[in-house]
Design a protein. Sequence first.
Lengths: 327, 327
Amino acid sequence: MNTGETHVGAASIGIDIGGTKTLGVILSYQGNLVAQLRFPTPSSSAKIIEHVLMVYSQLSREAGDDVDIASLGIGVAGLVDTAGELRRAPNLAEADGLRLGEMIGPSLDVPVHVDNDANCAALAEIRLGAAKDVDNALLVTLGTGIGGAVVANGKIFRGGFGLAGEPGHMLVEPNGIRCACGANGCWEAYASGTGLRNLALRRAETGELQGLVQELGGEFEGITGELISQAASAGDEEAIAVVDEYAKWVALGLANCAALLDPEVIVLGGGMVGSWHLFGPKIRGLFEEFLIGSEQRTLVQIKPAKIGEAAGAVGASLLGTVQGTNE
Amino acid sequence: MNTGETHVGAASIGIDIGGTKTLGVILSYQGNLVAQLRFPTPSSSAKIIEHVLMVYSQLSREAGDDVDIASLGIGVAGLVDTAGELRRAPNLAEADGLRLGEMIGPSLDVPVHVDNDANCAALAEIRLGAAKDVDNALLVTLGTGIGGAVVANGKIFRGGFGLAGEPGHMLVEPNGIRCACGANGCWEAYASGTGLRNLALRRAETGELQGLVQELGGEFEGITGELISQAASAGDEEAIAVVDEYAKWVALGLANCAALLDPEVIVLGGGMVGSWHLFGPKIRGLFEEFLIGSEQRTLVQIKPAKIGEAAGAVGASLLGTVQGTNE
């Protein structure tokens, strides 16, 4: 019997735990964003459990009585296996080996699903965003670290142990810049947000970027990727040179992935998307230079993520709607 | 009516066109190798068409009247799209753009299938060899160039345009050794048979490998990967150092692929398999060092190809038995 009341109805909660910030959303079954909250990510793994429960509870309150929460999905930066265990998380201190799903599930009365944050973002983009209806795609998020997800034959490809789609630690410059994982020369050390800062710092140390360094009171350490993007947008030639170098590394890594995966579309997410005008065209041009046989290939489209920074959380909220282990 | 005659029955022909040699086989429908022939690969694309027809006709004669040839499969080194066009072939001169299937089909009265040589080898290994019954695998052939094939969810993964699985031109050392494709620092320039020679030449030019160079009358150019393997097997310390460096590059590239694909098994094919005792254990150890989170992962098995150098041709002969475009 229809009572005539307005009712959002069934919805799900998605929480995206990034290296520095956590985003929580409520997504209705019609695909509408009902609420969105942002918190800093705590630094230790013990606190992450409490933290997720706190975010869940705040979102539930936000939802109110009109909304029936049917599931919780958690996206987390790192290697998440098919059982929901966080095997390795270079950008989350002390979280290696954390059995997130097992630890949170018993405290809640809804099913809990855990996946890699980039797999979540990819799920959002193939269901609702830039890769909608694309069968073979690569999604790469350039944030504190680099996340990735492979869409193969219309589904998120998980590989043999659930850990596929992690291009951040592909080595692109042996003996190069030190990465958060401890190795030298990972793609992430060049092409993440941290990488943009690394490239700028390396130049600042040799006397470049004087304007920016002076604004920071002579302190190199204050340089951020965001400041570089702003300076480049304002026409600072040395900042533009950093952006060019950064775009080269992004393109090189994407071409490496494309040689192996032959995607139709590459979707780039993360903070850099906000300055797409600055990065996008450069990355596209250099990608074609780096990809073997690009003159003979059908052009791979490189697009910014459509759902924006909430993609990980929106995709996490969709985890409960995925059948089986290979979507 | 059974006439009592012995009869091999239906069989298919597979031809593997490599950068330097061509191998042709007849495979019975029971999976037995009925015949095998070897020829040098001609240098121009016009001759490749004649060449394939010649190999097919010699194999047909070899088969005799007892065998009904049901199909021809051709494996070729390079980027082969889903229509059987050879888009790019860095190791086959003048063959870019060659529509092999279209050009050979009308001359024969059997169906003709064309695929990348490494996809063929992978098909042989997942049907009959080292990756039998494995759902997620990576096959890499280290020959004149590097070939690759990705097995995803039990099928050969072709990507958006049929060109997936080509790791040879992933850049692993920007500004590094020049590759046959024209770029600098491709994995192939370090980890193929040509790469092994490149690494040895670089050392010989700085005065190393004197024993080997003297045996060659002082001519660096005579150095081959095979000579390095022989010298290393005989205990030559400097040749062993080349093998160590080579194993490092092979392992680095495999780890890059594994970060993206998370395979259960990696199968290595190509000439190097003949000296597996020399290379295999070193590659395995270094692979674990290079792969992100290898301590937290389930161990990826690295195995030599089982079917050996005929894998490409055997797999090509199986192309006619594959349904659809995604196996």
